[in-house]
Design a protein around this ligand. Structure first.
Ligand code: FPP
Ligand code: MG
Length: 306
């Protein structure tokens, strides 16, 4: 029953997004929008669960999902990603220029609509988008060479992924007159844990399961948390081998070596425990205020396998 309610609630967010795009009165843009895959709609779910099912919450959820979708369109151009959510990315099918411009439209329309909200809510979301953009820049800069700087990784992940989830939860709490800081902390923990789990799955799952090529992160130069721990746990020879593989196309042997070492050294388990602690804290925060379905979202996010 709860699943069916969630589906109906999310359907309203989908149609609100479609309405915003249709207001632009451009059929080509509406058609491009229809091509975008929907994804998990994590941010929309959070808004609706925190702020309840009402017109303002649906609008806020739609705006945040539009901004998030814009960031992924740009990210796929930046990352040269040909797949997104199991289907060809927009840059792959329509070219990078159209993907960037579609991102610009989603992003600006989202901001235009955000101005109708209480300025405190609007600025909470807007400043998170600045963080998101700085986080993406740091991700690109950190990818230029091999590094094992855990603090730099954590800061980047907070900005790139958690800041918007934190602001989503905080803004929804403000809308509902709930205690903002508890929801913000929940969102922050959930966001960091979400990205760490994403970085683990890139190594442990197959391309078919992920809906995008596996081990692409390291090929792209991204030294994510499991790689930072792996580097720490390897001997001198292993460290040197890992460094030579960084930022290159990995052959079968290299992939198998990384996968085996990730398990044998306990690096992947260590990264998972980090994410799990944050996830457990998020679950406990929500159980403490009787928000069981928000607690369940955090628990399921940690246990997901794609
Ligand atoms: C995915 O990371 C990317 C993000 C969470 C943020 C991307 C942000 C920007 C491009 C800047 C903001 C731009 C706008 C228009 C608001 P990932 O590459 O680690 O994950 P993936 O595997 O899902 O691609
Ligand atoms: Mg990417």
């Amino acid at each position: 029953m709860r699943k069916e309610n969630d589906r109906i609630m999310l359907e309203r967010v989908e149609s609100q997004m479609r309405n915003y795009i249709d207001e632009l009165s451009n059929r080509d843009i509406s058609k491009l929008f229809e091509k975008l895959p929907h994804g998990k709609r994590l941010r929309a779910k959070l808004v609706l669960k925190i702020a309840g099912m009402n017109e303002e919450a649906v609008r806020l959820a739609a705006i945040i999902e539009m901004i998030h979708a814009a960031s992924l369109l740009h990210d796929d151009v930046i990352d040269d990603a040909m797949m997104r959510r199991g289907v060809a990315s927009l840059n792959a099918t329509e070219g990078s220029k159209q993907a960037v411009m579609m991102g610009d439209i989603l992003y600006s329309k989202g901001f235009e609509e955000l101005t109708s909200f209480n300025p405190l809510i609007a600025s909470r979301v807007a400043s998170a988008v600045t963080q998101l953009s700085i986080g993406e820049m740091s991700d690109v800069w950190l990818s230029k060479k091999f590094h094992s700087d855990e603090n730099a990784y954590m800061q980047m992940v907070y900005q790139k992924t958690a800041a918007l989830i934190e602001a989503t939860a905080a803004a929804a709490a403000m809308l509902a007159g709930k205690e903002e800081h508890i929801y913000a902390l929940y969102g922050r923990n959930l966001g960091v844990a979400f990205q760490i789990v994403d970085d683990i799955l890139d190594i442990t799952q197959s391309s078919e399961r992920l809906g995008k090529p596996s081990m692409h992160d390291f090929e792209e130069g991204k030294t994510t948390l499991p790689y930072i721990y792996l580097y720490e746990l390897l001997d001198e020879e292993g460290r040197a081998r890992l460094k030579t593989l960084h930022g290159k196309k990995l052959d079968y042997e290299a992939r198998e070596w990384i996968r085996t070492m990730m398990v044998e050294t306990g690096a992947v388990q260590k990264a998972f425990m980090y994410a799990k602690e944050l996830g457990d804290e998020a679950v406990a925060l929500m159980r403490g205020v009787g928000e069981n379905s928000l607690a369940d979202i955090a628990a399921a996010m940690i246990e997901r396998d794609f």
